[in-house]
Ligand binder design. Structure first.
Ligand code: HDE
Length: 713
């Protein structure tokens, strides 16, 4: 196999040369078998007589059916449901002081990337809007090899040691006896496990927050989670944490909304990403790093190797070093998004691992899983996985090998092949592991520096606005309310009480049981317990403080806040075309999309007598698929009151704290609806085509939601 060489510029227009090389198109071609024989009849199998039995010799039928029978490959054990996109990464400023990685040194290099976002627990066909952590995996095709940053949209994880990962996943997946529930953590086995795993409490705060129900994959932060190392050309190491910051801000939906979206459009996130890229609204993230000198390793009151801890931005600021743009959808879901194989062990010179015991376990798992999922050690030859760097070694053969290695030498050292391929010295770009000194006993143990399970959980909770704290209380009340075993609920309340007494009390009230006075001794020696099963009932440290970076609502993104947002226009015959035009133009100028909804498809006739093209009907459209609503002026608008779906639409928008705007006759629809209180999130104007209304509506939409409304609901 020849490695097709990419240049720096290859991906600037979203093209992947390796993929181009393998693409096929049937345009103006005959239908053939896999052996290239032209097919004359693709409708009838070969039979002994028109009504007779089929013949075994029908190689065309057998080939077609056999291939079909083998179309599926095992879905990923975790992160089965995903969406992918191509793009590129550009560096703002050189990082050569810290790392020798070429793509982080040279600002003229445009590195192609492929990104796959995913949920964790659900099957491949499950809903996008499950309450779950999202995978955020980026494959950088660098000139020195593939670097995979296989992260999540939350900066910490449930467990501290890889040994517990199969247990965590068994607990969260559908229960094995009846395979219920799909893509949901609200069930007994998950919370049974969690209630015995105090180390997961920090991550539990994150997954019970609105981070777990993003508005869009384009509106999520990303994190490398583990501490990695940067290594420079003097072989000096710094610890590093990776962050992705979305240009569109970080936003979530309401939980009731998430559940309804799952019914109305379970591909909501996948479609949103696809359509944004097709429309040229390329999502962007900035890459940030927190850099910690080796000498500061022990300066924090948590352990940098503990993946249940983050490094607060107040302690180590995030330095923005570059940006990633996703500008091309895959051509084929299976070939690219399904077959892409990420691996935290795919690193390049200049990047190295830390001893985080979760990361260390991952380094084994990802190749292993590809062997069963993709079926061969040659998965690196699948176009989406190929490096753009020259690749030569003495690995040979195996299932579905594509490379035709020439010559008789496949070993090293050799003289017959002139010693090729050569080992590369460090100054020739050869990878050399950071020479960390390790001098220790061989033990199965956990460092005591990993044992504060509650302080950062409390830090996260403290850092949220009261609205966000309310959402965490509701999420916990929902999840634990679905748990059937009362002792599990009680154990969870005990743990929540270690994080924050007020949080525990509020959840306890909703569950109708008291917060246990003493934290129960784990019945089966939960992790962290001594030989007798006693667990140290540590509490969060007092005065833990707060960190604004952890809240979504404290971090609004000011640039272009409503770009790509979808606004529903509730219309009917007799609507005012002028009213639509003024609002639509203003929204479009701000980058948002106006969607005309009416009782029927085709066109409606405005009060001015013009025809207006309808995008969706009330039977198809649902409030949960939109970011805001506008009811235009017009004599015919009064008829909207008669349509049941319009009332549902408005009520859902209102309950999900969306901004609603109405003008002239449209205002009457709001006034007639007794379920809608006139709060500052409902913008009304008695004038037709009111430019001021469009200005204030756009400003309001930039806030994403009027969450304050929840108090009155
Ligand atoms: Fe993964 N994880 N993981 N994981 N993970 C996989 O690899 C695993 C962990 C993450 O879009 C699997 O190719 C172990 C943390 C993402 O294709 C598997 C442990 C983080 C993806 C696997 C972890 C992740 C995966 C399944 C604990 C955030 C999807 C299919 C030691 C930093 C990548 C596959 C994609 C996928 C194992 C923990 C992120 C089984 C053993 C922590 C984003 O190898």
């Amino acid at each position: 196999m020849k490695n097709s060489k990419k240049t720096n510029q290859d991906n600037s227009d979203g093209k992947q040369n390796d993929l181009e090389f393998n693409k096929s198109s049937a345009e103006n071609e005959f239908l053939t078998t896999n052996q290239g024989v032209k097919i004359n009849d693709n409708n009838n199998s070969l039979k002994s007589g028109e009504r007779g039995p089929s013949l075994l010799e029908d190689f065309i039928l057998r080939e077609k059916i056999t291939h079909f029978d083998h179309e599926r490959i095992p879905e990923r054990i975790v992160h089965a449901r995903g969406s992918g996109a191509h793009g590129y990464f550009e560096l703002y400023k050189t990082m050569e002081k810290y790392t020798k990685a070429g793509f982080l040194n040279d600002t003229s290099i445009k590195t192609p990337v492929f990104v796959r976002f995913s949920t964790v627990a659900g099957s491949r066909g499950s809903t996008d809007l499950a309450r779950d952590v999202r995978g955020f995996a980026v494959k950088f095709y660098t000139q020195e090899g593939v670097f995979d940053l296989v992260g999540n949209n939350m900066p910490v994880f449930f467990i501290q040691d890889a040994m517990k990962f199969p247990d965590l996943i068994h607990a969260v997946k559908a229960e094995p006896h009846n395979e219920i529930p799909q893509a949901a953590s609200a069930h007994d086995t998950f919370w049974d496990f969690i209630s015995l795993m105090p180390e997961s409490m920090h991550m539990i705060m994150w997954v019970m927050s609105d981070r777990a129900i993003p508005r869009s994959l384009r509106m999520m932060e990303g994190f490398g989670v583990h501490t990695f190392r940067f290594v420079n050309d003097k072989n000096e190491s710094h610890f590093v944490k990776f962050h992705w910051k979305p240009k569109l801000g970080t936003h979530g939906v309401a939980w009731d909304e998430a559940q309804k979206i799952s019914g109305k459009n379970s591909d909501f996130h996948k479609q949103d990403l696809w359509e944004a890229i097709e429309a040229g609204n390329f999502p962007e993230w900035e890459l940030g790093v927190q850099i910690i000198p080796e000498s500061d390793e022990h300066k924090f009151d948590f352990d940098l190797l503990d993946p249940t801890k983050l490094v607060p931005e107040e302690l180590v600021p995030v330095t923005i070093i570059g940006k990633m743009v996703l500008n091309k959808n895959p051509d084929n879901f299976f070939a690219e998004t399904e077959q892409v194989a990420f691996h935290p062990g795919h690193i390049v010179p200049g990047i190295d691992f830390s001893n985080d015991p979760l990361l260390q376990g991952r380094l084994f798992s990802y190749t292993d899983t590809q062997l069963s999922r993709l079926g061969s050690p040659n998965f690196h030859e699948i176009p989406i996985n190929r490096t753009i760097a020259p690749m030569h070694n003495n690995q040979r053969d195996g299932h579905m090998r594509q490379e035709i290695a020439t010559g008789k030498v496949s070993y090293h050292p050799n003289s017959l092949g002139g010693g090729c391929p050569f080992q590369a010295k460090m100054d020739q770009g050869g990878f050399v592991s950071f020479n960390e000194r390790v001098d220790a006993h061989k033990v199965r143990a956990r460092s005591t520096s990993f044992s504060d399970h509650f302080s950062q959980a409390a830090l996260f909770y403290n850092s949220q606005t009261p609205i966000e704290q309310g959402h965490i209380v509701s999420a916990l009340s929902f999840e634990l309310g679905k748990v059937e075993t009362v002792s599990i609920r009680e154990r969870m309340l005990g743990l929540l009480n270690q994080v924050n007494a007020d949080l525990a009390a509020k959840v306890a009230k909703n569950l109708g049981i008291p917060v246990p006075k003493n934290i129960e001794k784990p019945i089966n020696h939960g992790v962290g317990a001594d030989d007798e099963g006693n667990q140290e009932p540590s509490k969060a440290k007092p005065n833990i403080g707060s960190s604004d970076a952890l809240s979504m609502l404290k971090n609004p993104t000011v640039s272009d806040p409503i770009a790509t947002r979808q606004i529903a226009f509730l219309c009917a015959d007799g609507v005012s075309a002028d009213s639509i035009k003024v609002m639509k133009t203003a929204l479009q100028n701000a980058g948002a999309k106006a969607v005309i909804i009416a009782p029927h498809l085709g066109t409606i006739v405005s009060q001015e007598g013009t025809e207006i093209l309808v995008d969706q009907t009330y039977k198809i459209a649902a409030s949960v698929l939109f970011d805001g609503v506008f009811i235009p002026a017009g004599k015919g608008i009064a008829d909207l009151s008669k349509i049941k779906e319009v009332k549902e639409f408005l009520n859902d928008s209102y309950h999900h704290c969306k901004f609603i705007a109405a003008e002239a006759e449209g205002v009457q629809i709001i006034k007639n609806n007794s379920d809608i209180n006139k709060d500052p999130g409902v913008l009304m104007s008695e004038n037709n085509s009111d430019k001021n209304l469009s200005v204030s509506f756009i400003k309001a939409l930039g806030r994403h939601r009027f969450w304050e409304r929840e108090k009155s609901l």
